[in-house]
Design a binder for this molecule. Structure first.
Ligand code: 13P
Length: 251
């Protein structure tokens, strides 16, 4: 009942020509793909429109990597949820650990950004994940629960149903050290039980929870066979059409 979803996060790694080449390559190859999986890519903000244009007529959605929580106004450098909505993006990544680490996105900022996306009906992909230190201290569950409550408390079940959540352990991002599927499933199960306790059983059953962190064509199936893992948020392996589409065809 939860449609699998795979999102490519291109981060700040590609220029315009590279982004367009990748988009065109994806469009060409995806035409012969028979997959029930929903697909999205998140290019850098200046390339959203050209990439959307390049992907026109393909089933691949385009999302942003970040937004600011403010409504349109005097906020130099900001890109609002309204502006993203206007150009027609499908989703927005919110609370990625790189935003939290390098740009000071606190739990409060993440909560505000999430509400901004909901304000304009933009699909928020909200990220959570613990550091290696937190995991080694055995505090992963408490930490993730804290992050989720900070982001979601105060929303109603109808709003929560409009979210996608992602579990991205920081130590697994870009390291090749992907989480053991059992460990990932344990956190996904915890996330779903929080949704159930805080909102409703129906909400918990409908929200998609993606895993991210060194996902590759070789390990995707081991995640997707788990009950509470509904897809992947892919960094490095999304930068080439071949590996990204192999991930999409995980079966
Ligand atoms: P990698 O797939 O490169 O580990 O990146 C994961 C990620 O941060 C996706 O948002």
């Amino acid at each position: 009942m939860r449609r699998p979803l795979v999102i490519g996060n291109w981060k700040m790694k590609l220029g315009l020509a590279q982004s367009l080449n990748l988009a065109r390559d994806l469009k060409r190859r995806v035409a012969s793909l028979h997959s029930e999986t929903e697909l999205m890519v998140c290019p850098s903000t200046p390339f959203l429109l050209p990439v959307m244009e390049a992907l026109q007529g393909s089933p691949i959605g385009v999302g942003a990597q970040d937004l600011v929580s403010q409504e349109p106004g005097a906020f130099t450098g900001g890109v609002s949820a309204e502006q993203l909505r206007e150009v027609g993006v499908s989703c927005c990544i919110i609370g990625h650990s790189e935003r939290r680490q390098f740009f000071g996105d606190t739990d409060e900022v993440v909560a505000a950004k999430l509400r901004a996306a909901l304000r304009v009906d933009l699909l928020p992909v909200v990220c959570f994940g613990e550091s290696e230190e937190t995991r080694l201290q055995g505090k992963t569950e408490t930490f993730i629960a804290g992050q989720i409550h900070a982001a979601l408390d105060g929303l109603d079940p109808v709003q929560v149903k409009r979210l996608v959540l992602a579990y991205e352990p920081i130590w697994a991002i870009g390291t090749g050290k992907s989480a053991m599927p059992d460990d990932a499933e344990a956190v996904h199960g915890l996330m779903r039980s929080i949704l159930q306790e805080s909102f409703s059983t129906e909400t918990a059953a409908s929200v998609r929870i993606l895993y991210g962190g060194s996902v590759t064509p070789a390990n995707i199936a081991s995640y997707m066979e788990r009950e509470d893992i509904d897809g992947a948020l892919v960094g490095g392996a999304s930068l080439e059409a071949e590996s990204f589409l192999q991930i999409v065809q995980f079966r």
